[in-house]
Design a protein around this ligand. Structure first.
Ligand SMILES: Nc1ncnc2c1ncn2[C@@H]1O[C@H](COP(=O)(O)OP(=O)(O)OP(=O)(O)O)[C@@H](O)[C@H]1O
Length: 234
């Protein structure tokens, strides 16, 4: 059964550069739980701005955002930080691993912060996510010793540690070679099949073609893909 996991209503956002311009124009859409969604559009159309807003890191907008049955608009930073840690996983272009910490420690950190499981369990879960992404052999290495693509895969494992309701990615396969980007894509497909929701900004047409729905943006607006289409069971 489909249920709405994200609802964005009339999102408007302005930047001052230095003149006021509208970067998001009346963005309205719903996402169903278990949906694998791509957001596409020309460079500068507002994709990253939209994703950043949905990530709850940007609170300077007009409109209404609800996720996992929770209204997020108008909440304070503490509330949003807790919500993010519990419900959201991020795979952004700048993955912000802590360079002096090991791969394993980086992946464990959001799990320890959540405080739901003892450290030993968080460690086991972290190793499981690293195996999933093919990085278990690097668990004890400092993050600073990895290549960009390897760091990105660790960031994906970290994003999955708390089994987030929604995984958000900005070019989640951007730094990866073909084999690894196909692997990440397959992992996302699998997570969506098991009920997690994936929202990914992408420039990769092959990636977008394999998702359940493509939202196309142009000049701050959604020009295609507002509506969830009927999906075949996969
Ligand atoms: N902090 C900011 N201040 C002013 N303008 C900004 C700011 N961030 C982004 N912009 C502008 O807002 C518009 C949308 O940017 P955004 O990064 O959302 O586009 P995008 O669709 O993600 O592009 P790309 O595909 O190149 O990543 C662009 O014109 C950009 O120059």
């Amino acid at each position: 059964m489909m249920s709405t996991v994200l609802s964005a209503r009339h999102l408007n956002k302005y930047f001052y550069d230095p003149d006021k311009f509208q970067v998001l124009k009346d963005i309205t859409f719903d996402v169903q739980s278990g949906e694998f969604l791509a957001i596409v559009g020309k460079s500068g159309c507002g994709k990253s701005t939209l994703l950043y807003l949905l990530s709850t890191m940007d609170t300077d907008y007009d409109g209404q955002v609800e996720m996992a049955g929770t209204t997020l608009t108008g909440r304070n930073q503490d509330f949003l930080a807790r919500f993010r840690n519990e419900h959201l996983g991020f795979v952004f272009q700048f993955h912000f691993l802590l360079p002096e910490f090991s791969v394993l420690q980086n992946v464990m950190l959001p799990g320890l912060k959540l405080g739901k499981y003892p450290e030993k369990v968080v460690e086991e879960r972290a190793m499981e996510k690293l195996r999933l992404i093919g990085m278990a052999d690097y668990a004890r290495k400092p993050a600073s010793k990895l290549s960009g693509g390897q760091q990105q895969r660790v960031a994906i494992a970290r994003a999955l540690i708390n089994d987030p309701t929604i995984i958000m990615g900005d070019e989640p396969t951007g730094n990866l070679d073909r084999a690894n980007s196909e692997n990440v894509f397959a992992i996302f497909r699998d997570l969506a099949a098991k009920g997690q929701t994936i929202i990914a900004v992408t420039h990769d047409p092959d990636f977008a073609a394999g998702t359940d729905r493509v939202i196309e943006m142009s000049d701050g607006m959604i020009i295609n893909g507002h509506e969830t289409k009927d999906r075949q069971a996969n």
